[in-house]
Design a protein around this ligand. Structure first.
Ligand code: PMV
Length: 328
């Protein structure tokens, strides 16, 4: 049945272990969280691709090669372009020659390491696919969203669109795919947002520079990153929070070694550790953005307060089992 308007949503994520190292083929662990991006799609009477992002205060339409901004500056084009790519890829698959209007709403902090761009792209792909009466497989949803991610930063590992598509907790390897991790019990986590925006692409490029300059030093370090992730799978499957916390601290040390932490993150990480967190590390690309802290359930409030006392914005997160989905 052809629907007039479809709403889809997809989860944000945190990388528990292995960010950056995953770009070099090492395994990483990623968890979908209970913060979602929502996208609605409608077919238009003209051939335009219209995109409105309420949270970013940007809207406009693409017509052929041209972009006409409605709200926001010309910079809106660069921000909205990945979503246009997503819509175009789905339109190509549907073989329909119609225009589409997309509206995006998301409570996920932007450019903070929580995978907001992939969550939005995945939700858009599914909403547009459904409104065009097209059943996209999960693999196709991933591929379409990955193209948008490539526009945002040239060499993504694919971890963000994968978790937004499938949800849960995954062991992910670039080019090798992923497997679901069966987590025992809850993973009590706090996210601390430094409020410092940064570019994932620039940070990935920085790590590339360091690894080119000191290959014999950095290569083994990347391998250790992979070993930490594999050891953490065991800890997740047995619900061993103490080991997980220690592994998080070791992983963070490696991320410092490749220069992706900064003073805004360190402040929050040390505040969390000082408030009896079992472990704390940056999550995502680093250079600002977010950190995560693991704590016994009865210490979560204390960790939130400690992070906020040094200027971070903190909240408790839970795992989200479900990936992208159509909303009623
Ligand atoms: O999207 P972010 O900022 O959470 O970072 C993605 C994780 C990286 O490993 C740094 C990059 C990638 O493509 O895997």
């Amino acid at each position: 049945m052809q629907l007039l308007r479809v709403v889809a949503s997809a989860p944000a994520k945190i990388i528990l272990f292995g960010e950056h190292f995953v770009v070099y083929g090492e395994p990483a662990i990623v968890m979908a969280i209970d913060k979602r991006a929502y996208a609605s799609a409608e077919i238009r009477k003209d051939k335009r691709i219209y995109i409105n992002s309420a949270d970013l205060g940007m809207s406009g339409f693409f017509e052929g090669e041209n972009f006409h901004e409605e709200r926001g500056s010309q910079a809106a084009r660069r921000t909205l372009e990945p979503l246009k790519i997503t819509v175009q890829k789905v339109l190509e698959r549907s073989k329909r020659n119609v225009g589409i209007s997309v509206e995006v709403r998301s409570g996920i902090p932007v450019a903070a390491g929580l995978g907001s761009s992939a969550a939005v792209a995945t939700a858009v792909a599914v909403a547009v696919g459904r409104v065009l009466d097209l059943e996209l497989s999960k693999e196709e949803i991933f591929h379409v969203s990955y193209e948008a991610e490539r526009y945002v930063h040239g060499t993504p590992s694919g971890i963000d669109p994968t978790i937004s598509t499938y949800g849960g907790v995954l062991l992910y390897r670039k080019d090798k795919g992923f497997s679901q991790i069966r987590v025992k019990g809850e993973i009590p986590l706090v996210i601390g947002d430094t409020g410092v925006k940064r570019s994932t692409g620039d940070l990935v490029a920085n790590v590339h520079e360091v690894s080119k300059q000191y290959p014999s030093v950095i290569k083994p370090l990347l391998k250790i990153g992979g070993k930490i992730a594999l050891r953490a799978v065991e800890a997740l499957e047995t619900g061993d929070l103490h080991t997980l916390g220690e592994l998080m601290n070791i992983n963070h040390g490696l991320l410092c070694a490749v220069s992706v932490s900064d003073v805004s993150l360190e402040r929050l990480i040390y505040a969390a550790r000082g408030a009896d967190a079992l472990g704390a590390k940056l999550t995502g690309a680093g250079g600002g953005g977010c950190m995560i802290a693991l704590a016994e359930p009865d210490k979560l409030v204390r960790v939130v307060a400690a992070i906020e006392s040094v200027g971070g914005k903190a909240f408790v997160v839970r795992m989200a089992d479900e990936g992208v989905r159509i909303e009623d």
